[in-house]
Design a protein around this ligand. Structure first.
Ligand code: HEC
Length: 470
């Protein structure tokens, strides 16, 4: 092993590949050198992985706290890199296959490393972090500007926001798209103003213009958890690394005239970063003015506190609905679960429920949550897991889009039951609980209930469906 490493580093110093200095056939010296050609090097094996999978965030001025732009950067962080990639915490990607959940399709734009890539990084570190042949180093990746193609409108807050201190902050910006005739939203994308501190962003409709009670158009208000208005349409979600959200060309979400939008931005300021942020949102409406073949619709379900008598929702799990005590997570409990059930109704606004094709799905809890699973139990007795996030991380919530044509997407039909199981760890073993308590000046875990603030909890699913009405 030592000899191989030695040969490899000599080769690296020479700046030429082992293949050039030896023929890889018999003869013991030649064989040793040939092995060096197979050694994992930064330039040949690791840099391409880091460029494509890490540098979206780990770059100068990026959201991650350090850059991974050079060999020296990677070598300095090598131990942590092996640990984070081995534990599948980096790159951040919450949707996983587990023993109890295999989603029906792969995910679009899946950011995860393959097991082979994880093994390559580990082999590079175990092998002594060889830099390798400079000729193998891929040219630096020019950061591509990710934007929505042909946006119809771009909404920009008139007042920027400057997070103060290092606490996480949640601001809701009131935006007016000035829609006078119904439009069909076909694509959306958030352009973070200050990517160092914007941790995620969500766009909600405000059809009743309720947000105006909290701030003027273009301005913002504090809003942990949700926008605090009557909306159930989540139009878009963004987290670092996310691409524009786009429907097929013949699909769109109706937006009624006079609707306002509320953009919630989660700021995660670092030490000393207090620059203002103006995050923009780009929207594309369907061209032509006609009706789409498929309607796109996003909705949130869950957060049921008691049995819903019309059969649309029901609380089960360890809480006893009879006592009226529901959705309460005892202080110190480590494996508390809440299970939400909703039944797909028979009718949708007076017409028979069409088949809903599930395009994108996301989970939502706060800091006490550790695992969320969403599955469907169909009327015909079959069941299908849709999503599990077994290492829930509030900081990395996003929607996950199935990679498949409309006719391959999982479907929801009248009478099917969609179930959400949320698991919570309300003890000091949960580092997010410790942080949330600290933010409140507390140290001991508190009883947590359903609600909107940092130390409250939720159990929600976000669903984006496509359906044909005609
Ligand atoms: C989507 C953005 C993003 C991507 C992609 C990403 N990281 Fe990170 N990484 C972060 C952020 C932000 C942090 C700071 C901790 C946090 O907020 O979770 C971080 C933290 C880390 C840490 C330090 C963890 C600790 O706390 O000790 C390591 C190591 C790391 N990333 C390695 C990687 C590697 C290697 C890749 C690619 C294989 C990668 N990251 C991809 C955003 C990202």
């Amino acid at each position: 092993m030592r000899i191989r490493l030695f040969v490899a580093s000599i080769v690296a110093l020479w700046g030429c590949s082992a293949a050039q200095v030896a023929t890889p056939d018999a003869g013991s010296d030649a064989a040793v050198v040939a092995d060096a050609a197979l050694a994992v090097t930064y330039n040949k094996d690791v840099a391409p992985i880091i460029q494509t999978r890490c540098q979206t965030c780990h770059t100068e001025g990026g959201i991650a706290p350090f850059a991974l732009s050079t060999f020296a950067h990677a070598r300095n962080m090598a131990g942590a890199i092996v640990e984070e990639t081995g534990a599948k915490r980096m790159p951040p990607w919450g949707a996983r296959e587990t023993a109890e959940c295999t989603p029906p399709l792969p995910w679009k734009d899946d950011e995860r490393l393959s097991d082979a890539q994880i093994a390559t990084i580990k082999a590079w570190v175990d092998g002594g972090m060889i830099e390798g042949n400079p000729a193998d180093l891929p040219p630096p990746k020019v950061p591509t500007k990710i934007e929505l193609a042909t946006p119809s409108i771009e909404l920009v807050p008139t007042s920027s926001y400057t997070p103060i201190g290092t606490k996480d902050q949640f601001r809701c910006f009131v935006l007016d798209p000035q829609i006078t005739e119904r439009q069909f939203l076909n694509g959306s994308y958030f352009v973070p103003g200050n990517p160092k501190i914007v941790h995620h962003a969500l766009l909600f409709t405000d059809p009743k213009r309720e947000s105006l009670k909290k701030a003027k158009v273009g301005e913002s208000y504090d809003c942990f958890g949700g926008p605090g208005i009557n909306t159930n349409a989540l139009l878009g979600a963004w987290a670092p690394g996310a691409r524009p959200q786009e429907f097929p060309a013949n699909a769109g979400t109706p937006i009624e005239p006079n609707t306002l939008f509320v953009m919630q931005v989660h700021y995660h300021p670092h030490e000393g970063v207090m620059a203002p942020d103006t995050t923009r949102v780009q929207l594309r409406y369907m061209a032509g003015g006609g009706l789409p073949t498929y309607f796109g619709y996003a909705f949130l379900q869950g957060n049921f506190v008691k049995e819903v008598t019309d059969g649309t929702g029901l609380l089960s799990g360890p809480d006893d609905p009879a006592t009226g005590v529901s959705f309460e997570i005892p202080a110190g409990s480590t494996k508390h679960t809440e299970t939400m059930v909703f039944t797909v109704p028979e009718q949708l606004r007076g017409v028979a429920m069409p088949t809903l094709h599930l395009a994108t799905i996301g989970a939502h809890m706060h800091y006490v949550g550790v695992d969320e699973k969403i599955w469907i139990e169909r009327k015909d007795g079959t069941s299908q897991c849709l999503l599990q996030e077994p290492a829930w991380n509030f900081n990395w919530q996003r929607g996950y889009t199935y990679d498949g044509d409309i006719d391959k997407l999982p479907t929801l039909n009248a009478g099917d039951k969609v179930k959400l199981r949320c698991t919570y760890d309300n003890s000091v073993a949960n580092r997010f609980v410790v942080d949330a308590l600290k933010q409140q000046g507390l140290t001991a875990p508190q009883t947590v209930k359903l609600g909107e603030t940092t130390l409250d909890e939720m159990c929600l699913g976000a669903f984006q469906v496509l359906f044909k009405l005609f």
